[in-house]
Design a protein around this ligand. Structure first.
Ligand SMILES: [Mg+2]
Length: 185
C-alpha cells in the first residue's frame, strides 16, 4: 500500500533499520562474516550524517543467523560493527545502538525478526522511543511484518511486488527514502 509518496516526520521520531540489503550489500545465500565482505551501499555512510539531523534516534536491528550456524562468532560480528561504526562516525554520522539476533530460525526465540524482542530491548534502553513515531526500514518480509505488528511505519526497499504491496511505503534505496521525507518541525 502506498497512499502517498511523502513520509511526514517531526521532532522525536526514531528510525529503525535492518542492516544487510539496507546499509550494506547483501550476499546471496551466505553471510557477511567480516569487514572484507562488507560493502556499504551507495552514499552510505554519508547518509547517516543527514539521518541524524532528522531523527532523534537511529537504531539497527539485524538477524545474524550465521552465528547460530557457527559460520562466524559473536566477536567477528562485534569487530565488524566496530569498524562500521567508526567509518560512519568519521563522516559525523551516528548509530545509537545495534541489536542482533544470533539464533537459528528453529530456536523460535523472541528476538529473531519478525518477533519483537530486539524492538522491546531498544525501548528498555531508550524509554523515550515511541513506536507510533518510528519507522522500520528493511528489505525482507520479516522486517515489514515486525514493523506492521508493532504499529511502526514500514518502508520496504526492493522490487518485490508483494512486499511493495504490504509495506506502507516502498523505495529503491535509503537515499530515495531520505529524499521523500518531509520534516515538520
Ligand atoms: Mg536485510
Amino acid at each position: 500500500m502506498q497512499t502517498e509518496r511523502k513520509i511526514h516526520v517531526s521532532d522525536g521520531w526514531t528510525l529503525f533499520l535492518d542492516r544487510d540489503g539496507v546499509i550494506n550489500k547483501k550476499i546471496d545465500s551466505d553471510y557477511v562474516r567480516d569487514w572484507s565482505s562488507f560493502y556499504f551501499l551507495i552514499d552510505i555512510p554519508k547518509i547517516f550524517q543527514i539521518l541524524n539531523t532528522i531523527f532523534s534516534r537511529v537504531i539497527i536491528i539485524s538477524n545474524q543467523q550465521g552465528i547460530g550456524k557457527k559460520l562466524m562468532t559473536i566477536s567477528d560480528l562485534i569487530n565488524l560493527h566496530n569498524i562500521m561504526i567508526n567509518t560512519i562516525q568519521n563522516v559525523d554520522g551516528e548509530i545509537d545502538s545495534i541489536y542482533c539476533c544470533p539464533h537459528l530460525q528453529e530456536n523460535n526465540c523472541n528476538c529473531r525478526k519478525p518477533n519483537p524482542g530486539m524492538l522491546q530491548r531498544s525501548i528498555q534502553q531508550f524509554p523515550d522511543i515511541q513506536l507510533k513515531k518510528s519507522i522500520f526500514i528493511g528489505d525482507s518480509l520479516s522486517d515489514i511484518r515486525l514493523g506492521l505488528s508493532q504499529g511502526l511505519v514500514t518502508v520496504y526497499l526492493g522490487d518485490s511486488p508483494r512486499l511493495q504491496e504490504i509495506a506502507n511505503y516502498h523505495f529503491p534505496d535509503l537515499k530515495m527514502f531520505m529524499r521523500n521525507l518531509i520534516i515538520n518541525k
